[in-house]
Design a protein around this ligand. Structure first.
Ligand code: HPA
Ligand code: ZN
Length: 330
């Protein structure tokens, strides 16, 4: 639970706990289609990625002001810090907000208010990664990148998320080229519900430096060899995979086999308010379900800092890595 770690796959909108959703709904005069937090929690039974996404986008209606985004980020950082997170690279979905008439500036500046104070308040260093919604058009992604230009000092990279099947990475070649030209880092969700070929495409066409999920690489032994040889980080989210039914039960998660295959695996929470746990809970769960011992957990923690976008601050990375080595399990 408490080993120092980086969280590299976390959608800030997916940290909206039912209690905060109702508080923000009250503050903003928004009516939610649920009687109370209990009823909302019972809606968290998903069949697949799409059933989750429908609820995830619907609940965003309560996020309207800079203060809302600040409160959301502070709530996440408080929980993350309590579970050993020392560094977080946080996704947000600008188009899910601009489509509702909330300007990207409100989102970025609101999140930024919390992130600016995060090291001091929570002891967590942070970065922001803006994700393109892959079920929207390539033009919309390019427009979003354009709209983000005044805020690039707050944004370190681009990602690709939302409904994967039928929306291959190559659709976003231009947007990623343009993002690269602006000096942004590149990650992409691939191989969560989509086939292994989407992982290859994310690497070769988009130039993705990390693959978010990447679970289905295990169906392609040549791809596994390539990912291992090139040390491509995979940001796995085991609790998400169970809740979205990518796998049946946690005991069947391939994390251990993936580590044994030499893949650079990290463990993350994805959308912790929806999937039953934050990243420390996830470490604990894989320890129990997969029999990962303390040295496996230390490797996962070490990997998280190795895979972090800390190239501009290697001193910090080394400091975090020494915290991992020095950690004594309780
Ligand atoms: N996959 C795709 N899109 C998402 C996810 C996810 O796990 N979480 C939030 N948006
Ligand atoms: Zn995700």
């Amino acid at each position: 639970m408490h080993i120092p770690k980086a969280e590299l796959h976390l959608h800030i909108e997916g940290t909206l706990e039912p209690e905060l959703a109702f508080a923000l709904a009250g503050r903003n005069g928004v009516t939610l289609p649920f009687a109370d937090t209990e009823e909302l929690r019972t809606a968290y039974l998903f069949d697949d990625l799409q059933t989750f996404l429908d609820l995830y986008y619907a609940l965003m209606a309560v996020l309207r002001t800079e203060e809302d985004f600040e409160d959301l980020a502070n709530a996440y950082l408080t929980r993350a810090a309590a579970q050993g997170v020392r560094h977080a690279e946080i996704f947000f979905d600008p188009q899910a907000h601009t489509a509702r008439g909330i300007p990207i500036g409100t989102v970025v500046e609101g999140l930024g208010r919390a992130l600016d104070r995060s090291e001091e308040t929570h002891g967590v260093s942070t970065q922001l990664i803006m994700c393109f919604l892959r079920d929207l058009s390539a033009e919309s992604a390019l427009e979003t990148l354009e709209a983000a230009k005044p805020y690039l000092h707050r944004i370190s990279g681009v990602g690709l998320d939302s409904a994967e099947l039928g929306h291959p990475p190559a659709k976003f070649r231009e947007a990623y080229e343009a993002a690269g030209a602006l000096g942004l880092r590149k990650v992409a969700h691939a191989g969560e519900e989509g086939p292994p070929a989407y992982i290859t495409e994310a690497l070769d066409v988009l130039g993705a430096e990390r693959i978010d999920h990447g679970l289905r690489c295990m169906e392609d032994p040549e791809l596994v060899k390539r990912l291992a040889a090139d040390r491509v980080p995979l940001t796995l989210c085991p609790l998400s995979n169970v809740r979205l039914r990518a796998i049946d039960i946690l005991e069947e998660h391939p994390l251990r086999a993936m580590m044994d295959a030499g893949l650079l695996c990290t463990v993350n929470s994805d959308d912790p308010a929806y999937f039953g746990g934050y990243v420390g809970d996830t470490f604990h769960a894989v320890h129990e379900a997969l029999g990962l011992d303390h040295e496996h957990l230390r490797t996962l923690a070490r990997n998280s800092f190795d895979a972090a976008f800390l190239d501009h601050d290697e001193e910090r990375r080394e400091r975090y890595l020494s915290e991992v080595e020095a950690y004594v399990f309780d």
